[in-house]
Design a protein around this ligand. Structure first.
Ligand SMILES: NC(=O)C1=CN([C@@H]2O[C@H](COP(=O)(O)OP(=O)(O)OC[C@H]3O[C@@H](n4cnc5c(N)ncnc54)[C@H](OP(=O)(O)O)[C@@H]3O)[C@@H](O)[C@H]2O)C=CC1
Ligand SMILES: CC(=O)N[C@@H](CCC(=O)OP(=O)(O)O)C(=O)O
Length: 343
């Protein structure tokens, strides 16, 4: 069995890790941390876990976490980098769901996250945990930087087009919608029901911290720096990311459907929908799946890609477990065979 520790067990991605790992045949969750709920039984806090765990929240502590084979950080940025150096030194594997190790250019990270990075050497050794791109490097990794939710949906949608140099890489547009759970469980006025239901708004148009992360991934795929306009929106749903992606084809012609099907034919968690389909976020709710459709409206030179995920699953906890499975040589789909919830 793989002994698991989770730092940040009271947040939305932390409890999602617990939900998914409850069904994982090869995992034993040994440590779950919370500073605010120390001593509370996890099932008293999250009744969906009753009967699945006999665990109490404890405060984060490197010595206790060192007994684990792998530690997931489901914490705000800045937390993983404060504990990672010691854990890495003690041979523990780390999967960070936050942003501490995602951006290779540490100065750029500091600019967007407004924090000094305390372990740039670990940024260098970290592998960006998008299995559809980095599966081989993930196998040998000690430290995984899990992609953000918007970056996962957006990169998976653009990859086949950029890798094959089919689009103008200088003018990409990602028009993305998120459910409110993307903002985390911490109380804030902006996340209140009266503020979010029956309304929708864009935010971060002038610059969102996922912009440099998405640009990094897309530039790697294109093998040149890309130009990207990224506009996130908050929508009145709990879970889900819907990315509508636009680009201009260099040589407009048929074959995009086949291109996407070929790119993802061996990917267990990317589902290219039949031509003409419009994927719905509810079809991936609770599932580690990205559903994608590709269109060339009116046979013109614009390509439109629709890409949907559950922000808490393929956008966070599910993808983190997918990475763990690959790192430990398990079946990649182990513990992740949930289907989406309809309705
Ligand atoms: N929500 C989402 O859809 C996604 C989130 N992410 C990223 O995953 C991470 C977690 O997100 P989410 O679950 O939404 O966040 P939440 O705000 O819901 O939860 C944060 C968790 O971290 C713990 N925590 C906060 N500060 C510290 C600290 N200084 N030291 C130790 N533990 C701390 C909190 O518990 P306590 O304060 O009791 O210790 C809590 O359990 C973030 O980096 C987020 O950006 C990534 C993809 C999607
Ligand atoms: C709706 C909402 O507020 N979403 C969050 C992003 C989600 C997230 O978790 O950010 P990381 O993936 O970088 O950790 C935001 O826009 O800040």
């Amino acid at each position: 069995m793989i002994n698991v520790g989770i730092v940040g067990g009271t947040g939305y991605t932390g409890v999602e890790l617990l939900r998914l790992l409850a069904n994982h045949p090869d995992v034993d969750v040994k440590v779950i941390t919370s500073r605010s709920e120390e001593g509370i039984h996890v099932a008293d806090m999250f009744p969906n876990l009753r009967g699945h765990y006999d665990l109490r929240f404890s405060v984060p502590d490197v010595d206790t976490l060192s007994d684990c084979d792998v530690v997931f950080f489901a914490t705000p940025h800045g937390v993983a980098m404060s504990m990672a150096p010691e854990l890495v030194e003690r041979g523990v594997r780390i999967i960070d769901l936050g942003a501490d190790f995602r951006i290779k250019d540490v100065e750029l990270w500091t600019q967007w996250y407004k924090l000094e990075h305390t372990c740039p050497d670990l940024v260098e050794m970290a592998v960006y945990g998008l299995p559809e791109v980095n599966r081989e490097q993930i196998k040998g990794a000690q430290l995984i930087a899990c992609p953000g939710c918007y970056p996962t949906a957006t990169q998976l949608g653009f990859l086949p087009l950029l890798e094959n140099k089919l689009i103008d890489h200088r003018r990409l547009i990602a028009d993305c919608k998120s459910g409110v759970s993307g903002a985390g469980r911490g109380a804030s006025v902006g996340a209140l029901m009266c503020e979010t239901s029956e309304s929708m708004k864009a935010y971060g148009v002038a610059g969102h911290r996922h912009l440099p992360e998405i640009r990094q991934g897309l530039s790697n795929a294109a093998q040149r720096p890309v130009g990207l306009t990224f506009v996130p929106h908050l929508t009145p749903m709990i879970r889900g990311i819907h990315s509508t992606l636009y680009a201009t084809l260099k040589d407009p012609k048929d074959g995009l459907q086949a291109l996407f099907e070929e790119r993802y034919k061996d990917e267990p968690f990317v589902d290219v929908m039949p031509a003409g389909s419009h994927p719905e976020t509810r079809s991936v709710k609770g599932a580690n799946t990205c559903r994608i459709s590709v269109f060339r409206p009116q046979n013109d030179d614009t390509v439109v890609v629709l890409s949907v995920i559950d922000n808490l699953v393929k956008g966070a906890a599910g993808q983190a477990i997918q990475n763990m499975n690959i790192m430990f040589g398990l079946k990649e789909t182990s513990g992740l065979s949930f289907v989406g919830l309809m309705p």
